[in-house]
Design a protein around this ligand. Structure first.
Ligand code: NAD
Length: 469
């Protein structure tokens, strides 16, 4: 039943409410009981989430295998471990995060208590994507629980096996009234977005991000938008190209390129182009025993629609190598593209697949110009031995994150706030940053009803005598 214990709604009223409306109402009423306020309650729920992941690992891995052809190892590495680490961090640090945060005092507040007290916001809506259907749905949930909120989860219908397991099994572990899963597609997401929330945490495409923000505006609901875009990767000629290509190839091909922080395209000078192509080829041979088609470590494209879209992006480019595909199996081999320009089709949208275009530029200044002429990316990658060049790129560009001499790994460091800027998103999360994002950082000032004489200056009449005092 969608109606919790002690629910006062009458039958007739219930009949006219949508499933989504009921879920939100039930979550809000439960939140209003105040039971998420004590930290021990939040920790108990986080521990239950830990148990869920431990006990249901097989269900999670099976669903990921069916949705995206993810191997057990890939599921552990990119979907499970990161959530387990976040849970551990949140449980051990919650008391510290939730404690009042004293602020600097000044002459007027010397004898006062002045601090910031994080408090729960209320009901948070979490809308998840299909590419990492577990980690990118559960990481915000960890923060929502830690911050003392109720939450409604809407996993992506496109990763349907994961969505089903989340809906069936998660409620067996968590408080059923406070944390609810609404399974469904666009109509269900739209119905949810009509409801009033205290925060919406959305991960997905920029296009839908705009719709989410529009819907949120109607209720003045704050949003976190974790969106996508084209993350550039500049390889300086003063660089160990072999190592750079190992790291780039690994990052690009995780989840068959369906990763929001995958390096989208490479910028390099013409003098290193052939070397880059050869090194990437070598890495693929090494990582996948020369056959991505049969390797368990190489994933699949989520569905036919995405398959067709990705294949269409190769139009007008020269295939340096790769280009093989098998539609029935959702397989697209790692593909490097040459003779690409800013106007090529593959440069007009986020690739989100295993294609890696290389664009040649004459040095770092041209690379910076190319980057700055486009939307601010989620991540900017730069490979170089020259620290000054790296600092120059940092100083002259903007992006949600910048990683030098590696790819993707910044997501694993929860000390770094993760998120985008401009069209790649807004808001930050991971670890304490999720806790802060999903809390009201309430300013508290507690004064004494003493020493009233000191206040005489602020009360009218503002006579010259008072002001000269
Ligand atoms: P998507 O926007 O199509 O779908 C995400 C969610 O939005 C799903 O739950 C879906 O049901 C819902 N949705 C879809 N259409 C909707 C509509 N019209 N109204 C309301 N809700 C709707 O995104 P996707 O295809 O699942 O994910 C791919 C995109 O997400 C890529 O651009 C990728 O870069 C981005 N992404 C970003 C991050 C990040 O952390 N910044 C992480 C993963 C994916």
């Amino acid at each position: 039943s969608l109606v919790g214990e002690g629910e006062e709604l009458r039958g007739a009223e219930l009949m006219t409410m949508s499933r989504e409306q009921l879920a939100v109402q039930r979550a809000r009423r439960s939140f209003q009981t105040g039971r998420t306020r004590p930290l021990h309650f939040r920790i108990q729920q986080l521990r239950r989430l830990q148990n869920f992941i431990k006990e249901r690992q097989k269900d999670i891995k099976d669903a990921l295998q069916r949705d995206l052809g993810k191997s057990e190892r890939a599921s552990e590495l990119y979907e499970i471990l990161v959530v387990e680490a976040e849970l551990h961090l949140s449980i051990t640090r919650l008391a510290e995060w939730a404690a009042p945060r004293p602020v600097e005092k000044n002459l007027f507040t010397l004898s006062d208590e002045v601090y910031v007290k994080p408090e729960p916001l209320g009901v948070v809506l979490i809308i998840g994507p299909w590419n990492y259907p577990w980690s990118l749905t559960l990481l915000p949930l960890v923060g929502a629980i830690a911050a003392g909120n109720a939450a409604i989860l809407k996993p992506s219908e496109i990763s349907s096996n994961s969505s089903k397991v989340i809906e069936e099994l998660l409620p067996l572990y968590l408080d059923k009234d406070l944390y609810q899963v609404v399974e469904g597609g666009v109509p269900e997401a739209q119905e949810l977005l009509k409801q009033r929330f205290d925060h919406i945490f959305y991960t997905g495409s920029t296009a839908v991000g705009k719709l989410v923000m529009e819907a949120a505006a109607r209720h003045l609901t704050p949003v976190t938008l974790e969106l996508g875009g084209k993350s550039p990767c500049f390889i300086d000629k003063n660089c160990d190209v072999g190592i750079a290509c190992r790291r780039i190839t690994w990052a690009k091909l995780i989840n068959c390129g369906q990763t929001c922080i995958a390096p989208d395209f490479i910028l390099c000078e013409p003098s290193v182009l052939n070397r880059v192509v050869e090194e990437i080829k070598k890495c693929i041979k090494e990582f996948y025993a020369d056959s991505t088609k049969t390797s368990d470590d190489y994933g699949r494209i989520i569905n036919q629609r995405q398959f067709k879209r990705i294949m269409g992006l190769m139009e007008g480019c020269t295939i340096a190598f790769g280009g093989d595909a098998d539609e029935a199996r959702g397989y697209i081999g790692p593909t490097v593209l040459k003779n690409v320009t800013g106007e090529s089709k593959v440069m007009q949208e986020e690739i989100f697949g295993p294609l890696l275009p290389i664009i040649t530029v004459n040095g770092v200044d041209e690379a910076i110009q190319f980057i700055n002429e486009r939307e601010k990316p989620l991540v900017l990658y730069v490979f170089s031995h020259d620290n000054k060049l790296i600092k120059k790129v940092i100083a002259e560009t903007s992006s949600g994150a910048l990683v030098a001499n590696d790819c993707v790994v910044h997501f694993l460091d929860s000390a770094l706030p993760f998120g985008g800027v401009g069209h790649s998103g807004m808001g930050r999360y991971r670890g304490r940053h999720t806790f802060d994002q999903l809390s009201n950082l309430r300013s508290c000032m507690i004064k004494q009803l003493r020493m009233e004489g000191l206040n005489s200056m602020r009360y009218p009449p503002h006579t010259a005598k008072k002001l000269s005092w």
